[in-house]
Design a protein around this ligand. Structure first.
Ligand code: FAD
Length: 469
């Protein structure tokens, strides 16, 4: 039932590019059911060709689904206030609705537009992270953490502390997901909303369908992955269920989730890990959908070390989202959330000399995969050519830039943000901060790149693939 008068509203899609189980759309259906609605997405600046292609495909998929629900969806070419102004002249709206962003930069963007054009008539809706907001309430956790910490210790909890603190809530989440309907499509957006827009045109700063199609068609494809909600659901089904089939002799081939713990560090094959991250990053897939399937898998097939490890990776994601929220602008700052030098066992050299190099030439060599360290170079070339790099690769190249070359790590994080198809600010900047020694890692890790290459690219096949002329 509607609880508002009939005013027009804009729903700003950000990192929730899906229809299925989208909590914001469900909220609109419940609370703004009689309001004319226009759905908007703002095209991001500076992304690589691979990242753009992936995103364009996701937007085309979303547009199709929204059209089925009779909702007009437009993509603003840029997020400037004048672009919003042009849009609002063509389609006046009184309220802006969006999913609450997880980090300071994205939040700032939404607030700026709301203030300039909607007289702060803004409704920010909760996301669909796994851990409920109350559990993550920053003060609660910080108070808990401070009471346990020794004097002078980092005031933000490490991942291990976070895991302990959220253990009870985590079990509740798992239990509540068990009782959720098996098919989230039941929650599909079927409101009788109508945008009734025919007047919006590309010359109003909008990207046309054919423009998005051209961008989608020209990008290289990491492992042939396609963007969008449809591809996301197919990937989830495939990685969890289809890979776990028995052959004609009823023998199981060890693939997918069942053996995730053993394969996850692989760098060459598409199914070494789930490759859910580009879908999660843009919200084509929700962590709740994944968690529900994980529970089903544990009930129907097997609960083992691999499924356990997968739960832990989902918790890492929750952790970095929480960290992004509480650290505010510090997430993007060189000093991170901890002044350099407070980690235990910190490399003496670095502790005494926390000066970051601003050597642009050395940075360009790193970015282009020309450092002369073949494991680093292979990974950086894969990223430049496809928009993808494995988790093992990311850890190594980040450690090499921040700890070995001692180059301003925020440059590396910014490059990753632009280049990756799964670019996600909390995960990206949180992991970078962690590896640069200015995050919440209680230890000081420096990756021994040669040893890592021997362990994770034993035959050299990965390096050969990306270094060959
Ligand atoms: C320097 C650096 C930068 C990174 N930048 C990003 C980024 O921009 N976007 C992004 O999604 N991930 C980022 N990660 C985390 C991680 O590398 C990717 O999530 C993972 O490689 C994606 O592959 P997958 O989906 O096959 O993961 P899987 O191994 O199959 O894991 C399943 C899911 O768990 C989550 N997850 C796994 N590892 C991590 C982790 N270390 N931190 C947070 N969540 C994790 C992801 O959502 C992932 O999709 C970064 C890691 C490092 C070291």
């Amino acid at each position: 039932m509607s609880d508002t008068p009939s005013h027009s509203l804009i729903y700003w899609f950000t990192q929730d590019l899906r229809i299925t189980g989208n909590p914001s759309l469900q909220w609109i259906r419940r609370h703004r059911n009689n309001c004319p609605l226009l759905a908007v997405f703002v095209w991001p600046k500076g992304r690589s060709i691979s990242a753009q292609a992936w995103l364009a495909e996701a937007l085309l998929d979303l547009r199709k689904s929204l059209a089925e629900a009779a909702i007009e969806f437009v993509v603003l070419r840029d997020g400037s206030l004048s672009a919003w102004d042009r849009l609002l002249q063509a389609w006046p709206a009184q309220e802006l609705v969006a999913m609450s962003p997880h980090n300071d930069r994205d939040r700032g963007e939404v607030l700026r537009v709301a203030e300039a054009h909607f007289g702060n008539h803004l409704t920010l809706l909760a996301d669909d992270n796994l851990l409920p907001t109350e559990t993550l309430e920053p003060c609660k956790l910080l108070a808990h953490s401070a009471s346990k910490a020794s004097p002078g210790a980092n005031r933000l909890p490490s991942f291990t502390m976070f895991r302990r603190m959220t253990e009870a809530a985590w079990s509740e989440v798992v239990n509540s997901l068990k009782s959720e309907l098996p098919d989230l499509r039941d929650a599909r957006f079927d409101a009788n909303l109508r945008t009734s827009v025919t007047s919006l045109k590309a010359d109003q700063g909008l990207m046309s369908e054919s423009e998005l199609q051209a961008i989608a068609a020209h990008g290289p494809r990491a492992f042939g992955l396609r963007g969008g909600e449809t591809a996301a659901c197919a990937r989830l089904r495939y990685y969890f269920w289809e890979l776990d089939q028995r052959d004609a002799n009823h023998a199981l081939s060890p693939q997918g989730l069942r053996v995730y713990q053993e394969t996850r560090n692989g760098m060459l094959e598409r199914d070494d890990s789930s490759k859910f991250s580009p879908y999660l990053s843009w919200g084509c897939l929700s962590p709740r959908q994944i968690a529900r399937e994980l529970i089903n898998f544990e009930q129907d097939r097997v609960a083992n070390d691999s499924t356990q490890w997968f739960w832990q990776e989902l918790l890492w994601r929750e952790y970095f989202r929480w960290l992004a929220k509480v650290s505010g602008p510090q997430l993007f700052e060189l000093d991170g959330v901890r002044p350099f030098g407070s980690a235990q066992n910190l490399n003496q050299n670095l502790a005494q000399n926390p000066v970051w190099s601003e050597d642009r030439v050395a940075f360009a060599r790193w970015r282009e995969g020309r450092t002369g360290v073949d494991f680093v170079d292979a990974n950086m070339r894969e990223l430049a050519q496809t928009g993808w790099m494995s988790n093992r690769g990311r850890q190594n190249v980040a450690s090499y830039l921040a700890k070995t070359l001692r180059i301003n790590w925020t440059w590396g994080a910014q490059y990753f943000e632009d280049a990756l198809i799964d670019s996600d600010r909390p995960n990206n900047w949180g992991n970078w901060m962690y590896l640069a020694g200015v995050g919440t890692d209680p230890r000081d890790r420096v990756f021994n790149i040669e040893r890592q290459a021997e362990m994770y690219d034993t035959t050299g096949a990965y390096r050969q693939r990306w270094l060959k002329p």
